[in-house]
Design a protein around this ligand. Structure first.
Ligand SMILES: *Cc1c(COP(=O)(O)O)cnc(C)c1O
Length: 336
């Protein structure tokens, strides 16, 4: 293997020793194998290519302060991926199979796990695809489930960095009874255009309101929305069309644990004047502070980058992930 400069890692795919791959033909999963070749061979008529029968996950493995290797809440990713697979009529795997796959792929790629102190981690990307040939639209008879592992760098090198968010009136992410709460590949293809336009206007992230009325907050393209109110409360939207973020679930528990009231409820856009901090949360960066939200010709500013609540929650979660603080909820699972 080529030596990796840990300090230069970003959030990009780097080929590693191998991935783990399972096949399912007519409803039965095989026992899986580690595969060196980072390519898969698919029929040109594979269901996933034409009709998007695909779902993915994202989770991280850390080298902790005590030198041990731990993964953050992988059982939650297993559950969520099984629910995504079920929604897209894919034959799901079991939680046990997922956890076993995580153990095997991490162990086989242990040389790619960034050392403690670099701020990096080993990012796992589980993927399930309908791989059987289909021309008519129907669930595939064959599936591939794989997990790839790739090292990623610290997102923040010198303190939390805030960004600006844009709300569109003419792009929606997910319908009220649609697929927004599942990590289906197609949701992200459908978000690329709005993200590109926003970037060109100088907004790194897009914030979506509910697509029925544009009255309530939903979430960002690939992270959940939360706000800290002027009274110091953590609030995050209750909605059928947002992805249930494991980071957000964890921040809610942590907030309550450290004495910050945290509530999940529908949040109207016009509550925006009561926010002191706004954050986007997800596995990739934990929390991205939002400095400004722009909707049509109006902008709203927040003290998110230096905000005390975001700082506190960010530090509390990262300290658990790196084994620098006790893990009162049992979120970290040791990989031996
Ligand atoms: C993955 C994802 C998130 C974040 O979920 P985590 O489990 O915290 O990584 C939030 N929103 C969307 C749309 C996502 O795809």
């Amino acid at each position: 293997m080529k030596s990796i400069e840990w300090s230069k890692l970003g959030f990009e795919y780097i080929p590693t020793a191998c991935h783990i791959e399972y096949k399912n033909i007519n409803g039965k999963w095989d026992r899986g194998r580690l595969v060196k070749d980072p390519y898969i061979s698919l029929s040109i008529a594979a269901e996933c290519l034409h009709y998007g029968q695909a779902a993915f996950e994202g989770l991280k493995v850390y080298r902790c302060q005590d030198g041990k290797v731990r993964v953050f809440r992988d059982i939650e990713n297993a559950k969520r991926m099984i629910s995504s697979a079920n929604y897209a009529c894919m034959t799901p795997f079991t939680e046990e199979m997922f956890v076993d796959a995580v153990n095997k792929v991490v162990t086989a790629n242990i040389d790619y796990l960034p050392p403690y102190g670099t701020g990096g981690s080993l990012y796992l990307r589980p993927l399930i695809i309908g791989s059987g040939p289909k021309i008519g639209i129907a669930p595939s008879d064959e599936y591939i489930f794989l997990i790839l592992a790739t090292p990623v760098g610290p997102y923040y090198k010198e303190g939390l960095k805030g960004v600006n968010a844009l709300i569109f009136e003419d792009y929606d992410r997910a319908a009220p009874y649609g697929a927004g709460r599942y990590k289906l590949a197609g949701n992200y293809a459908a978000s690329l255009k709005a993200a590109k336009i926003a970037k060109e206007k100088g907004y790194p992230v897009v914030l979506y309101l509910d697509s029925k009325e544009h009255k309530y907050f939903d979430e960002f393209t690939s992270s959940n929305f939360f706000a800290v109110t002027n009274t110091g409360e953590y609030i995050t939207p209750e909605s059928k069309s947002i992805l249930p973020s494991i980071t957000n679930m964890s921040l809610i528990d942590l907030a309550n644990h450290i004495g910050i009231k945290a509530t999940r409820r529908s949040i109207e856009f016009n509550e925006i004047d009561n926010f002191s901090e706004v954050g986007a949360c997800g596995t990739a960066v934990v929390i991205t502070p939002i400095n400004k939200i722009t909707r049509e010709d109006k902008s709203y500013h927040f003290n998110s980058e230096k905000g005390p609540v975001i700082q506190k929650l960010y530090n509390a979660l990262v300290n658990i992930q790196l084994g620098r603080a006790p893990d009162p909820f049992g979120w970290m699972r040791l990989i031996e």
